[in-house]
Write a new protein. Structure first.
Ligand SMILES: [Zn+2]
Length: 835
């Protein structure tokens, strides 16, 4: 026991001497701290920065603080995929806490009404940390920030808490933080080793940046598809914070960055004053970092363009979003170009700028409050000029996708209505019950513009992220802008997906059209239960209804289930999947009869999804998420490390997300498997690999852009301008091809962020999807790239031996919100034999 204490003493002595970790390193000695408030160390068992805090300990500390302090209340807003709590601390003076509902109401009222005097109102600051889990200095600093705000005792803190409501989100990505803490802690040496080659500094795939399904959650603030974002966006709209900060880390050899970012890359819908105020706030960061001798920069990198990022999303909602980026120690202590970078140093910079944010907030309180007040006042004026205008969207064949787009609006407090009656606009038919209409004259009109606009001209040609995200295009829904508000029906308040049902019991057959988003989920459930199901390769009509390509046929006779049980199962599945199944009593149709050979029996997919080294984890995670959370499809995550010992004959479909390369023996093994009858579906750069390794014959088109009159200084901008960061393009579809089953229009909007251009096949029927002559719908692409892209093809499907190779140049499952192209991928899986 004594020996243990001695060892503990020595180890902590070494750690302290290497890490300089005690509270005085982080917090000013001039302030007295309330002894009744527990320090982080007293609860989590180590000084902040000595170890990487695990999420469970972070939660434990925040509960202890909330218990001890009358300045803090705490809410658990829900769970991550791995069942971790999504906490939010509300920190303000005890007096404000007593009136917190009234304060919130007044704050929101000021965004709803003209002429509100905001001079005596507290400012609302949302401080969020480590949305990328392996950028942990933020969350680790949140322990100190919360402690400081709870325990500090001086006039300044009292003034700050009287004038500020702090919404402290200590960890924006609990699953990622936990994953990284495990890595950094399990590889830590007692004698810290700063050698960047040490295992501590190179995480295993997929790393801790992302959430459970490997999503970059700092792209999901606008589409809100993930549970972490859903909880956070609810808090955001509940409070409409004036300032929102987003604490990140960047490369080890950098210093510290605070916004504003590159001025020319600010979204044009963001008011100029937003960036000016951001810059003024920046002066407070500079002053605080000067005091502790930390290097920093601003305005030279990052941007405020894509509203799906945490530091940009507030800018279209009357707030000011601020990005912080700290050079990462990516472990406990790492050598860098700026000397040895310790974890505590990174934490201290985050804490310092979190505190300078609060200082700026109290100093600039009145200016920032009136900025928000005026933002909404001006927005109301813009909106009133469009008081008779509305946007309509919908799809009478696909209620679920329509619902999911409306769900995004709902999460962002955007009002929408049913339509009064069926009508046609923009050449599209909108059907009551299957369409929603959004009046432009409402509070969040600017946010609506940011979601629905198409933009093809830009001030700059470089983007930190995607340059377009037009939501109705992402959902591949019919829509029309500038329709009349005369079409407005009842406002949708109680918001539910459509009911599904079986029209009537049959002893003959059931039919289900393939257009509905969840039809593949239902099919998968049928195939899992061994229900024989066929697909129609041609359209037909019966009982005054047209059945399109891809209609599913479930015969009643000769199934494992008897008629009664089959009917019960279909009823259950129709309800669960919100689809309409028709019972029919004859095989005679107008078109192919139900016994026709043009109905093909479908086979249960047995899927392996390649993951691991060499594979882009985002792309793999999107597919895993799609299968697991949307379609209840079980796929084996086959690691590239274990292909060599896996029996591939267990699978009829192997999906290869974006991949750089694969070793020779695994390549051979995969090829033999395809030749033997497997279907390989590859995305993005995998297409290049498939061509190179002769899985598929393709011809690529290339741009040939020569640098003329481009100086050395302009080199990176010149090259950057040839990148397609993410834009939306139009393609025509051959609806008779099974890859396109379930699409009712002959044009589709496709997301693209690669420069893989496949030349169209000389046989036109081999080009089921082809970019149009002028394909740009929204977003940035250079002229040379656009010229080359025109009339190329985004997918090619070719035989290899008895098997098939499906090559997609781009991601059909982008960031979980590109609902519109999921079906292309699912068609490749379920109709693989018919392609
Ligand atoms: Zn980050």
């Amino acid at each position: 026991m004594n020996k243990l204490i001695i060892i503990c003493f020595f180890t902590s002595f070494i750690a302290i001497s290497q890490n300089q970790t005690d509270l005085s390193y982080y917090l000013s000695q001039d302030i007295s701290y309330n002894k009744n408030i527990p320090t982080p160390e007293s609860i989590i068992g180590h000084q902040v920065g000595e170890w990487h805090v695990t999420h469970d300990k972070l939660v434990q500390y925040m509960y202890a603080l909330a218990e001890a302090s009358d300045r803090i209340t705490l809410e658990d807003r829900g769970k991550t995929f791995e069942n971790r709590s999504l906490l939010l601390l509300t920190i303000t003076s005890p007096k404000n806490h007593q009136n917190i509902d009234a304060i919130r109401k007044k704050h929101i009222d000021a965004t709803n009404n003209d002429g509100v005097n905001t001079a005596d109102m507290p400012i609302v600051v949302y401080q969020g940390f480590s949305i990328h889990g392996n950028e942990p200095s933020g969350s680790n600093s949140s322990l100190l920030l919360a402690y400081h705000l709870a325990a500090a005792e001086d006039d300044y803190i009292n003034e700050l808490l009287d004038n500020t409501v702090v919404l402290l989100d200590p960890c924006l990505n609990p699953d990622g933080l936990q994953r990284f803490a495990y890595w950094a802690n399990t590889n830590k040496n007692i004698n810290l080793n700063p050698d960047p080659n040490d295992r501590e500094y190179s995480e295993v795939w997929p790393g801790g940046r992302t959430n459970h399904y490997w999503f970059d959650m700092n792209r999901d603030w606008l589409p809100v598809q993930l549970p972490e974002s859903r909880a956070r966006i609810e808090s955001f709209h509940k409070w409409l914070p004036n300032i929102l900060t987003d604490h990140h880390e960047m490369g080890t050899n950098t210093t510290f960055f605070f916004q504003p970012g590159i001025p020319s890359r600010t979204h044009p819908l963001t008011p100029k004053l937003n960036q000016e105020l951001t810059k003024k706030v920046g002066n407070f960061h500079a002053e605080a970092l000067n005091k502790i001798g930390s290097l920093y920069y601003s305005e030279e990198s990052y941007d405020d363009f894509y509203y799906g990022k945490g530091s940009t999303f507030p800018d279209i909602n009357g707030g000011i979003g601020i990005l912080f980026e700290q050079a990462s120690s990516r472990g406990h202590m790492q050598e860098s170009e700026n000397g040895v970078l310790t974890f505590p140093f990174t934490i201290r910079n985050q804490l310092t700028t979190a505190l300078s944010t609060l200082k700026a907030a109290t100093n600039m309180r009145e200016a920032i409050l009136s900025y928000q007040h005026d933002f909404y006042k001006n927005a109301r004026q813009e909106a009133s000029k469009q008081s008779t205008k509305a946007i309509v969207f919908g799809d009478e064949k696909d209620a679920a996708k329509t619902y999911h787009l409306a769900e995004i609006l709902n999460r962002h407090n955007i009002k929408f209505h049913d339509i009064k009656q069926d009508f046609t606009a923009n050449g599209k038919r909108f059907k009551k019950g299957y369409s929603y209409i959004i009046p432009k004259n409402q509070k969040n009109t600017r946010l609506i513009n940011a979601m629905f606009e198409k933009r093809t001209t830009f001030q700059d040609s470089l983007f930190y992220d995607i340059s377009a995200w037009t939501l109705p295009l992402a959902f591949n829904l019919d829509y029309a802008e500038n329709v009349s508000t005369n079409n407005l029906g009842e406002r949708i308040i109680d918001f539910q997906p459509k009911d599904g049902k079986v029209s009537k019991r049959s002893n003959y057959a059931y039919l289900l059209e393939w257009h509905e988003y969840y039809a593949p989920k239902l099919l998968n459930q049928l195939l899992k239960k061994g229900v024989r199901t066929k697909v129609a390769l041609k359209p037909f009509s019966m009982n005054n209804k047209d059945y399109d390509y891809g209609t599913l046929l479930i015969p009643v006779q000769n199934q494992k289930l008897n008629g009664e049980d089959l009917y019960a199962l279909l009823n259950k599945l129709a309800k669960e999947n919100h689809v309409q199944i028709d019972g029919v009593h004859t095989g005679l149709t107008d078109g192919i009869d139900l016994g026709s050979r043009k109905f093909k029996t479908l086979e249960k997919p047995k899927i392996a999804l390649l993951v691991g080294d060499g594979i882009t984890s985002y792309d793999a995670g999107e597919i895993w998420h799609l299968f697991d959370t949307r379609f209840n499809i079980t796929a084996t995550k086959l690691d590239t490390k274990t292909i060599n010992r896996a029996d591939l004959n267990l699978y009829n479909t192997i999906v290869v997300p974006n991949m750089r390369s694969l070793n020779v023996s695994n390549t051979k093994k995969l090829k033999a498997w395809v030749e033997n009858g497997g279907t390989l579906i590859g995305f993005r750069n995998t297409v290049k690999w498939l061509k190179e390794k002769e899985f598929i014959k393709l011809e690529f088109k290339k741009t040939n852009v020569l640098a003329k009159n481009i100086s050395f200084d302009e080199k990176s901008d010149f090259n950057g301008a040839q990148v397609i960061g993410g834009a939306i393009f139009e393609a025509k579809q051959d609806r008779s091809h099974p890859i396109n089953f379930g699409y009712k229009n002959d044009k589709i909007a496709l997301f693209r962020n690669t420069t893989v251009f496949i030349k169209a096949d000389s046989l036109s029927y081999n080009n089921p999807i082809q970019y149009t002559k002028n394909p740009l719908l929204s977003g940035y692409i250079s002229k040379p790239n656009l010229d080359v892209l025109a009339e190329t093809v985004p997918v090619q499907i070719k035989k290899l031996g008895k098997g098939k190779v499906v090559a997609f140049t781009d991601n059909t499952n982008f960031r979980a919100f590109w609902y519109g192209t999921n079906k292309l991928f699912l068609n490749a899986i379920f109709f693989r034999k018919e392609l």
